[in-house]
Design a protein around this ligand. Structure first.
Ligand code: PEP
Length: 249
């Protein structure tokens, strides 16, 4: 059986004071959670995350990374910088990066490959917009996003990534995919992974993201192909995040 994983995506939120309160609140309330837990924080706070979380069951990571190893890329952050602060995870291809920063499937695939090569676990986001869903293009969109990644990393590496299905229309909107809607896409994604590497596909974690909250998390994560959550808004309050971790446990 695949373990559950709950990851917080803080997006561009936080301050030294707020982060300390949030992280200590999570650590204090974690009890004996069975799910694996991580937080993906803004890059300037990786140092603080490492200081507070080192030696705890909560892993940490970043929300984006450059595909380049080092050099003249003003404003960018590279893999070795994430590693310098003990990061385990990095989100790649979040829909906000695709929409606001023009990230293409090919760039996301490149970042995924570079993260794997650096020994980080990429959390690769795929998902359709509302217009695409209503046009019946959901699977075509997520398949194209996943195809680019699979081509870049190869069949042997598919269980080294975490995949996150995040319907864009559900992110930050309070509109969640129903468990059945989400499961349908998750099952299709896993089928695609199986076609690539049947054995590894059983071990690849596929998270759901999009307005997951303590009160809908258990139903979503009870679905056979939903292995946890990528959490935005509800990851900013310790009690809400802990509620989702409990639902996953
Ligand atoms: C996200 O941004 O990855 C996300 C899932 O956000 P929210 O939970 O706020 O919808």
């Amino acid at each position: 059986m695949r373990p559950k994983l709950v990851v917080g995506n803080w997006k561009m939120n936080g301050s030294r004071v707020a982060n300390a309160t949030l992280l200590t609140g999570i650590l204090e309330g974690l009890d004996n959670a069975k799910a694996a837990v991580a937080v993906c924080v803004p890059a300037p706070y990786l140092f603080q995350a490492e200081e507070i979380l080192k030696g705890s069951p909560v892993a940490w990571g970043a929300q984006d990374v450059s595909c380049h190893p080092v050099g003249a890329y003003t404003g960018e952050v590279c893999m070795t910088m994430l590693q310098d602060f003990g990061s385990r995870y990095v989100i790649v291809g979040h829909s906000e990066r695709r929409a606001y920063h023009g990230e293409t499937n090919e760039l996301v695939a490149k970042k995924t490959g570079a993260a794997l090569a650096a020994g980080l676990t990429p959390i690769v986001c795929v998902g359709e917009t509302l217009v695409q869903r209503e046009a019946g293009q959901t699977m075509a969109v997520v398949n194209a996003q996943l195809d680019a990644v699979l081509e870049a990393i190869g069949a042997q590496a598919i269980d080294k990534i975490v995949l996150a299905y995040e319907p864009v229309w559900a992110i930050g909107t309070g509109k969640t995919a129903t468990p059945a809607m989400a499961q349908e896409v998750h099952a299709a994604l896993r089928e695609k992974l199986r076609a690539c590497n049947a054995e590894a596909a059983e071990n690849t974690l596929v998270l759901y993201g999009g307005s997951m909250k303590p009160d809908n998390a258990a139903d979503l994560m009870a679905q056979p192909d939903i292995d946890g959550g990528l959490i935005g808004g509800a990851a900013l309050k310790a009690e809400d995040f802990l509620g989702i971790i409990r639902a996953a446990s």
